[in-house]
Design a protein around this ligand. Structure first.
Ligand SMILES: [Zn+2]
Length: 450
């Protein structure tokens, strides 16, 4: 069979391995790296992965052949926790934060999350779309090919759905695949402060409408002291589960509340943050197979503690890493920075880090069957890093090592620059083959025609 694309002579081809399940505990440090490897892509998927010489039968007149000498190739990176769609930014609070003004004081003065809620309510669909698209382009340039995106800056059904509609449209238009999460329970609106249970009831009443709209696959709750209690979180997520939502929890970020234990009890795909999780909570997560999604750029930006990744790995938990991209606690789209902090601050090995942002993050957003490893049959999402080996990406920190990025076998970043959607060639056999999904092709051509 003639290939669409071949990358040969790859100095370090980090395939991860079979990629059939998350890497738990010590397995995270046990991944497949092929020297002098090659990748063969057909119809947007990996057709063959191996080392050495490529069989000439794969090379036809239309086959693109590239050389990976001196490069490290990994699966496309996956950012499993972002607050991608929101209005405004909060640099006006930056000086106050640096002077040590407590977050609660900023919040009580109408700042913090409430300021983002107001900006998001005021923003039009187009404004939210354009801002989020810009962020997705940055993520793509860093080698990120799948992103989870939460709502949560409306705190009313109408605005939450506006955010989710933006995610839907971007998923259609942008090369990055988006996984959509409803986070209506992100904060308690001021008018419910005296009766937060009423807000919990309203969230639950709105869940069927979100489910029927098809706009969200996951449901998430910010379980934290002063936000939603373990009991309130359980109530919302049990209702969500009954409707068919998959579950995530913002757990034990500041206070050891038992969010990790609740995630284990409910069978959540992931528990996220976990800076204050107890040893008991970690053991429960290991036992029930809940993925620990750690957000080191948030700890870095807030000058706070880091989650205990080493203990989690020792106890057999599968750890994922993400940016938590949001305008308050982690205003960065740079997943490579999260990876570097994963090594520097969480003391994870380079192999553990790459497992965290590929196969484990894939399973934490329920995409493990199709992405997260360079495995025959999976989507040909991969990154060519201008790095002689994997540790170099974590060691040489603060820069973007991604040279070329491929999504469904189609090159979407070249020499660190995102190929503008307007410049993607019109439908041809190669493009159609590579994308496979006609919906995306049509959307791209719509943009081409503008
Ligand atoms: Zn979050």
């Amino acid at each position: 069979m003639k290939a669409d694309l071949i990358i040969k002579n790859i100095s370090n081809l980090v395939t991860i391995g079979e990629g059939k399940s998350p890497k738990r505990g010590q397995e995270m440090d046990n991944i497949e790296i092929l020297e002098n490897g090659y990748i063969i892509v057909k119809d947007g998927k990996f057709l063959e992965v191996g080392t050495g010489i490529i069989d000439l039968k794969h090379i036809g007149i239309k086959t693109i052949v590239k050389d990976g000498t001196g490069m490290t190739v990994t699966p496309g990176l996956i950012d499993p926790h972002t607050h991608l769609v929101h209005g405004g930014s909060r640099e006006n609070e930056f000086a106050q934060k640096l002077q040590g003004v407590p977050y609660m004081d900023i919040l009580n003065a109408g700042g913090g999350i409430l300021s983002t809620v107001n900006s998001t309510k005021e923003a039009t669909f187009e404004e939210l779309y354009d801002k989020a698209k810009k962020s997705l382009d940055i993520m793509l340039s860093f080698g990120v090919t799948t992103v989870e995106a939460k709502s949560g800056y409306g705190l009313d059904l109408e605005t939450e759905m506006k955010q989710l509609e933006v995610v839907k449209k971007l998923n259609e238009d942008h090369p990055i695949d988006l996984v959509s999460t409803y986070l209506g329970a992100h904060a308690v609106p001021p008018k419910y402060k005296s009766n937060p249970d009423k807000f919990v009831d309203e969230i639950i009443e709105g869940l069927p409408q979100i489910m029927e709209s098809g706009l969200a696959e996951f449901c998430d709750v910010f379980c934290e002291e002063g936000v939603f209690s373990v009991e309130q979180t359980r109530k919302i997520l049990n209702a969500a589960k009954e409707l068919g939502f998959k579950i995530k929890i913002h757990a034990d970020e500041i206070v050891t509340l038992g969010g990790a234990e609740l995630a284990a009890e409910l069978g959540a795909f992931s528990a996220d943050h976990l800076m204050a999780t107890s040893e008991h909570g970690i053991k429960q997560m290991a036992e029930k197979g809940v993925i620990a999604d750690i957000l080191p750029t948030t700890s870095f930006n807030l000058n706070k503690e880091y989650a205990n990744a080493r203990l989690m790995i020792e106890e057999g938990v599968a750890v994922a890493l993400s940016t938590d991209y949001n305008p308050g606690s982690s205003p960065t789209e740079n997943l490579q920075l999260a990876m570097q902090l994963g090594s520097l601050k969480l003391k994870m090995t380079p192999k553990e880090v790459i497992s965290a942002v590929t196969i484990n993050s894939a399973f934490s957003v329920d995409r493990g069957e199709e992405v997260g490893s360079i495995t025959v049959g999976k989507k040909a999402d991969f990154v060519v890093f201008d790095a002689p080996n994997l540790p170099y990406i974590m060691y040489h920190f603060g820069i973007n090592h991604a040279k070329d990025v491929y999504k469904n076998g189609q090159q979407v970043v070249t020499e660190g620059k995102v190929l503008p959607m307007t410049k993607i060639p019109k439908i041809g056999s190669f493009i159609a083959d590579c994308y496979g999904e006609s919906k995306k092709i049509i959307q791209m051509n719509k943009i081409n025609n503008k």
